[in-house]
Design a protein around this ligand. Sequence first.
Ligand SMILES: [Fe+2]
Ligand SMILES: [Fe+2]
Length: 279
Amino acid sequence: MIAIFENTAKCLELSSADVKCSAVTRLARAVESGEFEFDPHTPVTPFGDAGRPVKPELVEPSKVPRRRLGSEAGRAALVHAICHIEFNAINLALDAVYRFRDMPRQYYLDWMSVAVDEARHFQLLSARLQSMGYSYGDFPAHNGLWEMARRTADDCLKRMALVPRVLEARGLDVTPGMIGRLNAVGDVDTVKILEVILDEEVRHVEIGSHWFRICCDQRGVDPEPTFLKLLREYFGASIRGPFNIPARMQAGFTQREMDAITSAEPYGSSSERAESFRT
Ligand SMILES: [Fe+2]
Ligand SMILES: [Fe+2]
């Protein structure tokens, strides 16, 4: 039997992307087949940096190079940016397993299944980068996703609301546009990968929606106003379009939430906009 929290912590600490992906895949297989036990005595360490390779260099979001998709280098920079998101997403899913200890058994199965999806997404994009003559680490990247993990480390409800339901949901919104731009320049290899990712990310957001609602039930709070209040607190009044409304509805957003998110000024006079999730 594998101790789930101890082994998830070990995966989190691994700094080599390849070693981390293999370890996550092994752990997720064990969890999926029921060969694990809960080890609540394994302490929850204060939130810190997860293991990651020395490169990419982390910079401010505004310093991440802009990508012109007409050139192979520009496309490689885009693939690198998404590859970096997937690397962070592995750590985010692992941290969701490791950090929050009082959730039902299915919660851990769900987030471990997300972690292994993210490892596969990373591997697909990393291989695509190699075929273009680049590697993960060749371009600077930003740390926005892990920063949101830090800001929600004290509360599973906040984590479920703001990581899967805002940041991963942003991926649902922007990926169709990227697929369109890559199709326009004939990069079918990258398109195929992004189509797989887009399809699978709907389930991740749906898992976030499900566990967000369970957290709300546990505390006797109404999910819709709770989500919208957190969105306003952390991202300002609204988030920027475009919105992939069919994918978001499939992923558990309610009509009322979508109306509030997509309306220009859902909270009265404020016109503050959230930082877009830069991919
Ligand atoms: Fe992913
Ligand atoms: Fe995901």
